[in-house]
Design a protein around this ligand. Sequence first.
Ligand SMILES: [Zn+2]
Length: 428
Amino acid sequence: MSRTAAADHVLDKIAGKRDELVTLTRDLIRIPTVNPPGDAYAPCAGLLGERLRGRGFAIEYLRAIGAPGDSDRHPRLNMVARRDLGGHGRCLHFNGHIDVVAAGQDWTVDPFAGIVRDGRIYGRGACDMKGGIAAAVIAVETLCELYPDLPGTLEISATVDEESGGFGGVAWLAERGMFSPPRVDHVIIPEPLNVDRVCVGHRGVWWAEVETQGRIAHGSMPFLGDCAIRHMAAFLHRVELELLPALQARKTRMPVVPAAARHATLNINAVHGGEPEAHGGLPSPCVADSCRAVLDRRYLIEEDPAEVKGEVRRLLEACAAERPGFRWRLRDIMEFQPVMTDPEAPVPRAVATAIGRVLGRPAEIVASPGTYDQKHVMRIGQLKDCVAYGPGILDLAHQPDEYVEIDALVASAQVMALAALELLGRGR
Ligand SMILES: [Zn+2]
C-alpha cells in the first residue's frame, strides 16, 4: 500500500470511531480526578490501563510512593502501557496527565457529567486534558489494528499531578528512566494548544517569597516601631520602576503565544503583611513586623537563571542601602528551566505535516507561556524530541464551562495517528 493510501485508511478508520472517542472522553470526565488533593487517580488510571490491556498492551501501574501528596488515601498512581509492534524500530510515547483542577464557581452544567451539546463535550478536564488523552488512545488503537507489523513500539501513559508540578507523575517516571532513550525516542503530550498548533516548549518559571521585616509597636505610636509593609512598598516601588520595564524590554526568539508573553514577565501573586485577615473587622493597633510577597517570574530561554534571581536580590540590597532598618529574606519556592525542541526535529515535523494533511492548512509552531510536563521529559529524561499537541482551546483550560469540540477531538486523533505512522514507518 502506498503512503497516501495508508494515510487515507487511517483517516477513514478514525472518522468512523467518532462515537467511541466521545464516549471515552465522557467516561474520563466522569471520574473527578481533582488535584489537589489527587482524587480518584486509581479508577482513572485503571479505566485506561484495562482498556489498553484488552488491546494487547503490556500495562504497568506505578505508584510514586513518597512523592508530595502520596498517601494510601490519595495514591499517586501512574499507568504506562506499551505495545511492541514489528521488528526493531523507534518508540513513540503519548503522555497525558489525568489530574484536573477544581471545578470552581460559575458553571452552567455539571462539571463532572460529560454533557454533550452543540458538537461539544463539556466538563472539567474536557480540554485540559482528558479529550487529548482519549484522542491519543484512539490513535494508537487504530494503528495497532491497521498496522500490527509497523516497525517500532507505541507507548501511552496516564500520569498524575501535572497541575501541581508533576513531581509524582512525569518527573517521578523520568527519574526511573521511563522517558529516556533508548526506551523512548519521541514524545507527544496532547495538551490543549489548539488543533492546528505544535507546541515546541515553554518559558521558565521561578517562584519566590520575599519577606521584609520590621518591629512591632502600638499603632498609635508608629514611630516607636518599624513597619514591614512600608519596607515592602519600597521594594515593590523599585519593582515597578526598574524591574518591570527591564523585563518588558527583553524578547525571546521562541514563538510563545500569546505574543505578549514573548517578553519576560513578573506577577506578584500575593502580598501578606501585619495581622491575619481573620480579625472579624476588629484589627488591633499594631505596627506590622513582617510582610511577605510571592513573586511569579516567567523567564526566557535567553536569560540566565542565576541572573533572574540576582536582579531581584540587587533590588532588595538597594532598598537596604537607602532605608534604615530594611531587613529582608528571599526564599525559593519552585523553579523550572525553559525548554524547547528544535522545530526541525522529527516529532514537530511529523506533527506539522500531519496537521497540513488533516486540516488542509499549515501548522503554527508555538511555545507556551506556562510550563507543563515537557520540562521533565527534556531535563530529567534528556529526551530532546518532545512536543505538546492536542485538541481543545488553551484559553478554556481551568475556566468554568470548559469544553472540547468533537470535530477537533477527531481531527487531533487523526493527526496523532498520521504523525505516529510517519515516525515509526521509517524504522530505525
Ligand atoms: Zn494540562
